[in-house]
Design a protein around this ligand. Sequence first.
Ligand code: GAL
Length: 722
Amino acid sequence: MILLSLLLVSLSLAAQVATVGGGRFQKGDDPAWSEYGFDDSSWLEVSFDQAWETLGLERVNGIGWYRIHVVIPSSLKKGVVEAIMLDMGAIDDSDQTWINGHPVGKTGTFPEDPGGYSSEYGKRRYYIVDPRWVRWDQDNVIAVRVYNFGDPGGFYRGAFNLVKPSLKDFAKLSLVADQGGYKAVLASSVKTSGTLDISITDVMTGTPEVSRKQKVTVGAWKEKQLLYPLAPQKRLKLTYTDPRFDEILEAEVCAPYILTPPAPAEPRYNGPLVFGVRPGSPVIFRLAFSGDKPMKYAVEGLPEGVVLDPEKGVLSGSCSQAGDYPLVFTATNDKGSAKACFTLKVGEQIGLTPPMGWNSWNCWALSVSQEKVMASAAAMINRGLADYGYSYINIDDAWEAEERTPDGRIEANEKFPDMKALGDWLHSNGLKFGIYSSPGDFTCGGYPGSLDHERQDAEVWNSWGVDYLKYDWCGYNKIFEAGRDKSEAAFIRPYLKMQQFLREQPRDIFYSLCQYGWGRVWEWGAFIDANSWRTSHDINDSWESLYDNGFERQLGLHPYAGPGHWNDPDMLIVGKVGWSSSLRDSRLTPDEQYTHISLWSLLAANMLIGCDLSQIDDFTFNLLCNNEVNAVNQDTLGHQAHQDVVEDGMQIWSRDLYDGSYAVGIFNLNEVSVPVRLDGALAKIGLKAEKARDLWRQKDIETDSEYLIPPHGVLYVRVQSR
Ligand code: GAL
């Protein structure tokens, strides 16, 4: 036993690292097991490359403890700071760790914690240990209490290390929005004294405006908070140096800055160049022209049965004859006039470009009401978002009455007094109406789903004038799990069923599947006539979520997107969101929001705005209403971008466009700004060009120059390659 324990600890003094390969293990739970003096000699010797399931034990779900005996050499103490760090690798699922009876860290939560258990089985544990708790050159006990849910459990990545931490291990510099400016937080688990370099530059010109230094000292296990006001269009950069270390800490933020140039007062067309409608289905289309109002509209080439409201610029009616109808739109105001060539495609395919619009979930969630929906619908028109092609107004969960009528009919609840009137109002303004349901008996929010009422529900929606259905797996899961058939067909069946009833309605209903990318939906979505499908779990307004849904979960999905069928990385997380009746500004930084919209534009993703449009601010409006950025999203080829390069925390994604040009996003996923020479970056993806069009600034830029891409930000260009 003793021999084994000794073998499991090996030391490499050169690297100042001690490796620990195993310890002692016991099922059960007792607070005394964290103490140094507890006698664990009867515990089972285990090595860390074996998860619980391979220990020859019964299945261990629940709590188990490790006690790891290790001699910590005082050589680790030498150097600039006295501290050691446990780099413990991953633990399945959550842990609480002590050294000689003193707590050092916790990752994940336990069932007894408020909010219950949450797993962090994939996360690497780094715990800084206060040197006062270490028994130098003697036996120490690291006690690890682990909660495991479902096999395997516990340590499973092999050895862990005791290391001498560097500046980045024990100190963290972050910037958080506070009181209209930014609060810098320097937190450290050892005492540090150094200098903070503060610089403020203008985002548009790159001109440095402030550059000063500040002395800072932070005690062990303390933090220092410093507040910096920041005017719009300014970038704040902090650099912390402790002279004892070569490394530095950096943090950077930016106040909201608007890149999109103002739209001209003359009319300008900003909408898609095609629209698909089935023969005989109602045409609902609003001409998307920006410019001073009032405006007069005219359309040449309209097929019989389709009419224009020349005051509102709204097309309605229907066309029974399949075919491509080339139209010319004209809009005129007192400043001038503009034309746009357009094709109305009357045929089987709808959703020829990704849907653009609004959905109630990311703002109001279950607190949605008809009044709130109307407020966003009215703002879509009055604030001018409809002039950029946004046209869907989609109600998510919580519109349903709790009970169906005795004959099984679904009704709206008291928050939605008149769905038909809502649909009529939207259509009369050229906007489209979306609704939500689930193939299960209940929706995610606990409202009645469509199970066994599919036909009835499709008919009710038709009577209200519904043009879009988001169909959310949710409550169907327990039915699927309870069934014996787990085949792909069983997964597809409930979606196929609703599709049939939607197609029987005398109107076009965009069919949006929501089942979080399960069952590789992209491989079969188009075959069951779905127009889009979610590719991942729910998005939220954090960088991690944006990164996962937008970058990670879209890898390799580009072949599956095209006119009529789109990958959906979920709704937009800009503006005032909150998933409740109280809203707040998106927690994404302005640079992250530019990345978000650039990426969704490249991905040909559904552009469903998730904020309250009646409260939209100028920054968010300009982010959503850049006609050149949106034109890539709405490009008629419908080719979704692919990831071409991943290098040094940078990623390049590109797509080809109908006019032979390319849209290219150069994303900086690092925490600090990175200069990029544009021609070099383009060469990496085989493109050669002298000029590139900066899509956010809407101006041509030289490619033989270097551009500074902010942290989590993007340089988004369109190029014509030689
Ligand atoms: C989730 C879905 C969300 C939202 C919610 C409503 O399953 O992914 O987007 O629709 O249900 O309860």
